[in-house]
Design a protein around this ligand. Structure first.
Ligand code: SF4
Length: 227
């Protein structure tokens, strides 16, 4: 199966008609627990690793209530940040990455803020974000898509798995390779809807444990590679 624009548009239309994630995006953004600043999206994306949306939002809110400004998170003892993050799992790792990213941002810009990226080109934004400590392609694309309204296409474990099963990429490709393959061909106006709805599809039907092909709306579009 080839990732042509027509094919991706057909997928997006079918998935949106099924899950309506783009239509509900304004009322129910997937990650942010507050108005979407690029720095807030970066922080919540780090918190979302190996955690579900409900838990991630809860931990994010607690973090904001406990520390207020991001500068306070950056300066707090690691153990205090870790204690707040504990219910979301991987708290040691996440506390380290949160504080390291904040320190890196402050060192490069003199502020705990990423709003200046709004005036940068897409390429410059990507270069800055992926240059931050611990920030990979997927996290950068999340900040771009959800925090800056750019047409980035983050590939997480769900998107990667479905892309392989559909036959769009090699079954052995890493998520980074899948993002590098798909991002240039996903049309700008489809990026948000396709990403959000693939996540929903990966959680509800084409799951990691089992692909429920018998009730899949993409069955006629799928090569079912790797199932
Ligand atoms: S047909 Fe099966 S493998 Fe293909 S997308 Fe649907 S659930 Fe996944």
């Amino acid at each position: 199966m080839k990732a042509t624009v027509d094919y991706l548009r057909a997928l997006t239309e079918i998935l949106e008609a099924t899950y309506h994630r783009a239509a509900h995006y304004e009322q129910d953004p997937p990650l942010s627990a507050e108005p979407s600043t690029p720095l807030g999206i970066l922080m919540v994306t780090i918190l979302s690793q190996a955690s579900n949306d409900v838990q991630t939002r809860k931990v994010y809110r607690t973090l904001r209530e406990r520390f207020g400004e991001w500068s306070e998170v950056a300066r707090a003892p690691r153990a205090d940040v870790q204690a707040v993050l504990k219910p979301g799992g991987l708290s040691q790792q996440k506390a380290k990455y949160l504080q390291a990213a904040l320190a890196d941002i402050y060192q490069r810009t003199g502020a705990y803020d990423l709003d200046f990226l709004r005036d940068r080109s897409d390429a410059s934004v990507r270069e800055f974000l992926t240059g931050l400590f611990g920030v990979g392609l997927k996290t950068a694309a999340c900040v771009e898509l959800f925090g800056l309204g750019r047409a980035a296409f983050p590939v997480d474990t769900h998107v990667s798995r479905i892309a392989k099963r559909l036959g769009l990429v090699s079954p052995t490709a890493s998520p980074v390779k899948v993002q590098r393959a798909l991002e240039p061909v996903v049309p700008d106006d489809l990026a948000l809807a396709l990403h959000l709805n693939l996540l929903a599809h990966g959680r509800e039907v084409c799951t990691a444990r089992v692909a429920h092909c018998d009730r899949c709306v993409l069955l006629s579009h799928c090569e079912q590679v790797g199932v």
